[in-house]
Ligand binder design. Structure first.
Ligand code: PAF
Length: 286
């Protein structure tokens, strides 16, 4: 497995594979890898000839008061995990390599970027889209794999790829959860034991929504109300949002039908967590 830090070396390697008409699969990460990331890597290994993984904690997607400086980093551990999965190339650039002095160009997906997480994290999706577009331009993958845990990110990136005619297919894959149901996230490492216990209410509220849906309840405001009531029983958890939305345009819907998403964000102590459940073609995907 090669670990490459510079854009020039990466371009050279990609050109070599492209000359051999290799199918390239790509997983963009901010490192501190968990089973969620590894599930994306395994899908890439399964369906592409070459697997490239990037590890880059992207400063442009963190707000000034956010956790950029504290975000967990452990390159050696990540490198070992990726080596075991048979990854071909890890791209681990410095901030200066990605954003040299006088960097000026940004990508925005209007409207979609301002909803949900975009409200409490202004500029976040502009940073995500900018770095992902740069990475897609460099790696030129046939397929890029992203987790459904960041559902808004998936919808926005699919739109960006479509609008900008990027020849990469964005492939979303299911959320990976711990045994107790907590959705895996690198930020879970911030949780104190008591907070981690409290955070389980988020997954439980999505289970409740799925149960209500299975019993025939379609009224979005009723489902939302029941979820909020349940989450509010947990004093360590503060809701940012609980929304029931159309998966295409992220607009609120009144009835749970079509391709829909129940999505939530909450602070558990000082840690902001997100989770969701998808209703696609009448089936529940959690
Ligand atoms: O999902 C993430 O970890 C990040 O937003 C991504 C896609 C790697 C861009 O920095």
């Amino acid at each position: 497995m090669m670990v490459i830090n510079t854009i020039n070396e990466l371009k050279e390697k990609i050109r070599f594979w492209k000359d051999q008409s290799k199918q390239i699969g790509f997983v963009a990460t901010m490192g501190y890898l968990h089973e969620g990331h590894l599930s994306l890597v395994r899908e890439s290994k399964r369906s592409s000839e070459i697997t490239v993984v990037s590890i880059f904690v992207n400063p442009k997607q963190f707000g000034p008061q956010e956790d950029y400086n504290f975000y967990p980093r452990d390159l050696n551990r990540d490198r070992n995990l990726l080596e075991k999965e048979g990854v071909d190339l890890v791209f681990h650039p410095s901030v200066e390599e990605m954003y040299p002095d006088h960097y000026r160009t940004y990508v925005e997906v209007e409207e979609l970027q301002d909803k949900l997480c975009g409200k409490s994290r202004p500029g976040h999706f502009r940073g995500v889209c900018t770095v992902v577009l740069k990475l897609l331009n460099l790696v030129q993958p046939d397929e890029a794999y992203f987790g459904w845990k960041d559902a808004q990110q998936v919808v926005i990136l699919q739109k960006m790829v479509k609008d900008l005619n990027i020849p990469t297919k964005v492939v979303p894959l299911p959320i990976v959860r711990d045994n107790d149901g907590l959705a895996l996230s690198s930020r879970n490492t911030y949780l104190k034991p008591q907070e981690r216990q409290a955070a389980l209410v988020l997954n439980k509220s999505l289970d409740l929504a799925a149960r209500l849906f299975s019993q025939g309840v379609k009224d979005a405001s009723l489902i939302k109300q029941k979820m909020v009531e349940l989450i509010s029983t947990e004093p360590l958890v503060r809701i940012d949002y609980v929304e029931i939305i159309d998966l295409q345009n992220l607009n609120n819907i009144d009835k749970l039908e079509g391709d829909a998403l129940i999505t939530l964000a909450a602070y558990v102590g000082r840690t902001r967590l997100i989770d969701n459940i998808r209703f696609i073609s009448g089936g529940i995907e959690k």
